[in-house]
Design a protein around this ligand. Structure first.
Ligand SMILES: *[C@@H]1O[C@H](CO)[C@@H](O)[C@H](O)[C@H]1NC(C)=O
Length: 180
């Protein structure tokens, strides 16, 4: 990769965490976008030095765009939009609408993501087949990872402000949640 990388962002999606790198040549107008080190977009020459470059991220093709703005003199500012929102707004919304657990299972780094509005579950980039059940204290969403029985319990916290709490059990043991 060249030394023209001007900005790097990390975007956590349900199917994985993506590292986005942007290369901008401020004399040639060159624009290159890398996702997890793989080139996904390249223009070697461009008269226009500012503007917006749309692209998509991940297996669900989430819409993103890099904005190039001129600030003072010959310096530029680069911002990433995801789903038409600033990265921060996108992250804030995701932290409300999803929950993520990270763990090692059979020696493998495992990332489980729950989309709370649909109760869809993702594990290491794969959307899981789940089975929902009602229990005494809430609902249970069952799925398996390898030989492991996994269950996400949705339990009322009893507190209005916290609402429903989601807990992941792997073979009956509680996994720890992760802020991304
Ligand atoms: C917030 O997340 C939900 C669930 O993924 C999505 O449907 C909604 O469009 C998002 N809202 C914003 C403002 O990004």
């Amino acid at each position: 990769m060249s030394g023209d990388i001007v900005a790097v962002w990390e975007v956590a999606l349900s199917d994985g965490v993506y590292r986005i790198e942007f290369e901008h040549g401020t004399t040639t107008g060159k624009r290159v976008i890398y996702i997890n080190g793989k080139e996904v977009f390249r223009k070697d020459w461009m008269f226009k030095l500012v503007g917006k470059e749309p692209f998509s991220v991940g297996s669900t093709e989430v819409k993103a765009a890099i904005s190039i703005e001129a600030v003072t003199g010959l310096s530029y500012e680069y911002t990433l939009e995801v789903n038409g929102k600033s990265l921060q707004t996108f992250r804030d919304n995701r932290s409300r609408t999803t929950k993520t657990w990270l763990m090692k299972l059979d020696g493998v780094d495992t990332r489980v993501v729950l989309e709370k509005d649909t109760m869809d579950v993702w594990c290491n980039g794969q959307k899981m087949e789940t089975m929902g059940e009602f229990a005494d204290d809430g609902t249970e969403t069952h799925f398996t990872v390898g030989d492991h029985d996994c269950c996400i319990k949705a339990i009322s916290s009893g507190k209005k402000r916290k609402g429903i709490v989601h807990v992941l059990l792997v073979d009956g043991t509680r996994a720890s949640a992760q802020a991304e």
